[in-house]
Design a protein around this ligand. Sequence first.
Ligand code: ADP
Length: 447
Amino acid sequence: MYQRILIANRGEIALRIMRACRELGIETVAIYSEADRGANYLDLADEAYCVGPAKPADSYLKIANVISAAEVGNVQALHPGYGFLAENAHFNEICRSCNIDFIGPSPEAMAQLGDKNAARSLARKAKVPVVPGSEGLIENEEEALKFAHDVGFPVIIKAVAGGGGRGMRVAANDLSLKSALQQAKAEAEAAFGNGAVYLEKYIEQPRHVEVQVLADTHGNAVHLWERDCSVQRRHQKLIEESPSLNVTPKSRKAMCEAARRLIIEAKYTNAATVEFIVDKDGNYYFIEVNARIQVEHPVTELISGVDLIKQQILIASGEKLSLSQSDIKCTGAAIECRINAEDPKKNFQPCPGKIERLIAPGGFGVRWESHAHSGYIVPPYYDSMIGKLLVHQPTREEAIATMLRALAELKVDGIKTTASLHQEILSHSAFAEGRIDTTFVERTFGG
Ligand code: ADP
């Protein structure tokens, strides 16, 4: 087992990893940018090193600086969290060449699944249903038009290197397909340095359901059931829950098993999330794999009772999974609301600044994951999420009641947050009745 780990991230996920390490008796080395200097959560690390100025490209994304901190901190392993360098196969490989265990998959598995087109081929090989799509890359307009005419409009153009909804465009006819193709390629080239795209049939009003998987280095893999992340705005998740809605036990089991098969086929180790979209008839289709821990992982922790961060660390250190598939139960219902420093009344514009007063909710069934506190200054340079509010209760109905109670207790003065939008969504009859899909928020509350 490791004695010391570097946490190559900031904010709530850095704190989450520190807590897991402390419980495992592992020392932690934190990193921070000049903007995060003096943040309270850094006091919980055994050591902390500045890795550069506020701008992510000059600090949290600067590989040489992060590796230097790992060397100076004398760590055996590094946890990348999510975002920043978490899915950078090149960084992963550098860690390996510096003899630092990367707490995640191998660079090879990461690179393979990071290419969405390669991931689709792998899924086909593992007999996992994929969205009807082009067999490979789309090189020109003619190919795009041919595909669209074969499967029927609407279609969605996706960047092979895509992420965060960038490089994606929906087209409803020939004319929009031609311009969307150019736009998607240009956007993907600018964002990822790779303009390669492919096409998929656009599934209308789908639900987003993803399966959590853990795989060790001894060939064992288990799934930890699924999360429904259909409550999104502009492809950004707002609320996640488990179990997912409107799935038959048979189809649920089949989807979870498919995810596990894919991870085994990819020779992938550590934590992964296999994402699917589910159409109105309940058919599920693979869309992509996220080769890292996800923001919404605590939803799965609540229904399964498994600490996913600890599992990641144990797996990376070479231990065998102590869980077998039949040990992993899904108990009760869990919901997560992402609390972002954004103004829902002003087109969700970011609201960095000083939190004058923060009162965190608590009580039965409530979990609050946050590095923020009264007096904390939310920096303008990073993701706007300041905390995750989670609840766990025996039934979904009770979970909704607890979440509404907890949201009412949460007080954040000084900056605007998305808590008020969450209250509206959770009070909405369509949410209570489970009539939600990825277009629900924009249809109901505006874009
Ligand atoms: P990214 O990696 O950029 O997040 P994803 O492939 O995970 O992109 O897709 C993000 C979201 O876009 C999904 O959650 C879903 O809402 C929507 N989406 C993706 N593919 C399709 C599709 N074929 N049809 C309809 N919606 C889709």
